[in-house]
Design a protein around this ligand. Structure first.
Ligand SMILES: N[C@@H](CCC(=O)N[C@@H](CS)C(=O)NCC(=O)O)C(=O)O
Length: 201
């Protein structure tokens, strides 16, 4: 059995869990909660960056980050299933990079509130992160990706991004981005592991 170090709220961990389910590999993965703030949690050994997700194989090898893990799972499933081969690969990976990048900026904003005292916050920094989110979401709204019968990692990443906007940002995106909302609802109806990995704020 492989072990996925994750946490229910992690959008990157959710990406890996949905990818595993889509590939039919979820039965081979035991998802274990991680305490990112604890010095004694083995995540810092499994991933020196102290970040989730990390996938620990039966031989003890740990793979991170989520992009490497989904690539590994696709390889285990025969390859070319959720990361296409050939030219289409780059479109998929770019969509994943955009959604992951927006998520990175979202996490910066969440951590700013969680870890930095209010009087130490600098609006130039939070505005900079907010700009990445706004530009990225606008680019996705202008041209939402297709949704394949078997979603690729770019499409899975987009679903996880929208889910994280619901979880941590009160779902305000829903009013602003109608085309993404339609895309989200279609994904939700088509991919059961999306609902299965959803948690309440
Ligand atoms: N690029 C990484 C990002 C992972 C990430 O930022 N994970 C967050 C939780 S969602 C984390 O572990 N944060 C703890 C920290 O930054 O110390 C990936 O794709 O896996």
């Amino acid at each position: 059995m492989m072990i996925l170090r994750s946490s229910p709220a992690s959008p990157f961990g959710r990406k890996v869990r949905i990818a595993a389910a889509v590939l039919g590999l979820d039965g081979q993965i035991d998802v274990r909660a991680t305490d990112l703030d604890s010095e004694s949690d083995s995540i810092r050994v499994e991933n020196p960056l102290g970040k989730i997700p990390a996938l620990v194989l039966e031989n003890g090898t740990a793979y991170y980050d989520s992009r490497v893990i989904v690539e590994y799972l696709d390889h285990l499933a025969g390859g070319g299933r959720i990361i296409p081969r050939g030219e289409a690969r780059f479109e998929t990976l770019r969509l994943q990079a955009l959604c992951d990048g927006i998520l990175d900026a979202c996490l910066m904003l969440v951590y700013e509130n969680r870890f930095r005292p209010e009087d130490k916050r600098v609006s130039a920094w939070t505005d900079r992160q907010g700009g990445k989110v706004a530009r990225g979401m606008a680019a996705l709204e202008a041209s939402p990706p297709p949704l394949d019968a078997v979603p690729d990692v770019g499409q899975i990443s987009l679903a996880c991004l929208l889910g994280y906007r619901d979880l941590r940002f009160a779902g305000t995106w829903r009013k602003e981005y109608p085309r993404l909302l339609a895309w989200h609802d279609k994904f939700d109806a088509q991919v059961p592991s999306f609902a299965a990995t959803k948690i309440s704020p």
